[in-house]
Design a protein around this ligand. Structure first.
Ligand SMILES: [Zn+2]
Length: 201
């Protein structure tokens, strides 16, 4: 799955800032046509102040702002905030993946594999399969924004990734899977390592 050419995006975005509506409209058309070509279909509407993907709204937020929620809470609530973040990521991204599947965006029979480049495109680090067997898959994430945003931790913190992996696997396989972050770069490991157990293939 090809990514949007960064140089063209940068030029179009720069032109959009310096023009009225013509260039942004052209830019939106470019994004639309890129989508048709199998690229990522995000629409950056600078008139409306929104970023969306077929009606699903997105926002750019600093990862330290998001993960800093845990640091603003006392200890028991901090841990619960990560659990809640994983649950929320699972629930909301599941709806997205189900929509993507209806749209036929994942022609590949392996939805989980087809989804990995999208995570990278969204700035969620570089996701790769480390190991696959009949019982589980291990997915490595290099450069997790959530670990970077949280800072040093004794326990794994990449709850949004665990939630999204669970949703991907559920939509791919139709069965609930268990996702565990085995090692996290916030703990000092080189990469974050997740194990998806069940039928998430
Ligand atoms: Zn992590």
């Amino acid at each position: 799955m090809a990514l949007l050419p960064q140089a063209i995006r940068a030029v179009a975005s720069s032109l959009a800032k310096r023009s009225g509506t013509v260039i942004p409209i052209m830019y939106t058309a470019y994004i639309y046509l890129s989508c048709k070509g199998g690229e990522m279909p995000f629409v950056w509407d600078e008139q409306d102040g929104s970023i969306s993907d077929n009606g699903i709204r997105y926002v750019l937020i600093r990862p330290d702002v998001l993960m800093g929620i845990a640091h603003e809470l006392p200890s028991p609530d901090a841990a619960r905030s990560l659990t809640a973040l994983q649950a929320s990521a699972f629930r909301r991204s599941r709806a997205s993946f189900e929509q993507y599947r209806k749209e036929g965006r994942f022609n590949d029979s392996d939805l989980l594999a087809a989804s990995l480049p999208m995570a990278t495109y969204l700035g969620w680090g570089v996701w790769t399969f480390a190991r696959t067997d009949s019982q589980s898959r291990v997915i490595e994430v290099r450069n997790s924004p959530f670990a970077a945003g949280y800072g040093a931790s004794k326990t794994p913190v990449c709850a949004p990734i665990a939630g999204v992996l669970g949703a991907m696997a559920l939509v791919a396989s139709g069965t609930t899977v268990h996702v565990e972050e085995l090692e996290c770069s916030a703990q000092g490991f080189e990469v974050c390592r997740f194990r998806v157990t069940g039928s998430g293939k």
